[in-house]
Design a protein around this ligand. Structure first.
Ligand SMILES: N[C@@H](CCC(=O)N[C@@H](CS)C(=O)NCC(=O)O)C(=O)O
Length: 205
């Protein structure tokens, strides 16, 4: 297996956090998004969508979409479980992860790319950034209430929901987009999660 990634970006960061929580090591190459390395003919031949992360299997199969990669790895390495241990736990974990992904990560990414994109050649539109800023607020309010005083986003153990939310918030901070101080539960969780070894970015290799 070979992982093509660039962990400063949010979806690669989600996967980086997952791999480190699980203790899974995969030979990794960084494709520098800031230098446009994901738009070279070689990279596009492997992943025509021109995005990261990409998991290349030993038989040449190319797997894209961070969550599909995570689900695949979770089946190969079930311990420690990061999507729950019962049907209901798995459903709840996936529900909260979807909120973190579509509700938070997607919106944070659109705000950053429309206000302060680090990607070469991306011209943002202030009106789009403002639209997603407005949409983000009620999602953060509901997520903050849901997290409450839980140690992790979905309960007592780290799950894929923590990986997704962490990737989203770290990228937002980099791009100047942070939840307001009124979201105290999110901030408490974020500060705690940031102390875990999985919060660090693994170097390529
Ligand atoms: N839904 C995809 C999104 C992949 C994606 O958009 N990745 C971003 C980094 S977070 C990327 O490579 N962006 C570069 C570009 O679109 O030019 C996933 O979860 O993997």
């Amino acid at each position: 297996m070979k992982l093509h990634t660039f962990p400063p970006a949010p979806n690669p960061r989600k996967l980086n956090t997952y791999l480190r929580e699980k203790g899974i090591e995969i030979p990794t190459v960084w494709v520098n998004l800031l230098k446009g390395e994901h738009k070279t003919p070689e990279f596009l031949a492997m992943n025509p969508a021109g995005n990261l992360p990409v998991l290349e299997l030993d038989d040449g199969t190319v797997l894209t979409e961070s969550l599909a990669i995570i689900e695949y790895l979770e089946e190969l390495h079930p311990d420690p479980p990061m999507i729950g241990t019962t049907a209901l736990e798995r459903a709840q974990t996936r529900r909260i992860e979807r909120i973190c992904e579509m509700g938070v990560l997607g919106r944070v990414a659109r705000i950053v790319h429309n206000s302060n994109s680090p990607l070469p050649g991306v011209q943002g539109k202030t009106a789009i950034a403002d639209h997603f800023r407005e949409e983000l607020e009620p999602v953060l309010a509901r997520l903050d209430a849901e997290i409450g005083d839980r140690p992790f986003v979905a309960g007592d153990r780290p799950t894929i929901a923590d990986c997704t939310l962490f990737g989203a918030l770290e990228f937002g901070r980099f791009g100047g987009v942070e939840p307001g101080p009124q979201y105290a539960n999110i901030h408490r969780w974020w500060a705690d999660f940031a102390k875990r070894p999985s919060a660090e970015i693994a170097p390529p290799g």
